[in-house]
Design a protein around this ligand. Sequence first.
Ligand code: HEC
Length: 105
Amino acid sequence: MKRIAKLSIFIIAELATARVFAADQYTVELYDTYCKSCHSVNGAGVPVAFKKNDWDKRLEKGIEKVVDNAVNGIGNMPAQGFCQECVYEDFEDLITYMADPKNKE
Ligand code: HEC
């Protein structure tokens, strides 16, 4: 009879802590450098930064899909918004930043 060694697998679940987003300086710099030129002006179907309605519509798809579209490009939105240095999390942060009217200067 074989002994079956029990393997204990500990799955570390990420705590679902409510993440309060405060725009950090790095996100603001990325936005100013790469996204602002297009996303601060109306027209060409651009979701305008800090305009809640524009972003609510987009975010109905779910943040993952919206990040994917930013990374791969969509319509006249260039892939990664020309930001080579941006990683996945940066796009999440940038989108969260642009979607919040409170960040409007
Ligand atoms: C050359 C202009 C341009 C630049 C630069 C640009 N965008 Fe866009 N972006 C667009 C346009 C135009 C759309 C609308 C595309 C459409 O839906 O047809 C768009 C749409 C988006 C969307 C919505 C995607 C969706 O799923 O609906 C996101 C997110 C986004 N941009 C993020 C960014 C970020 C982040 C940056 C900076 C790193 C950036 N964009 C830079 C033009 C630009």
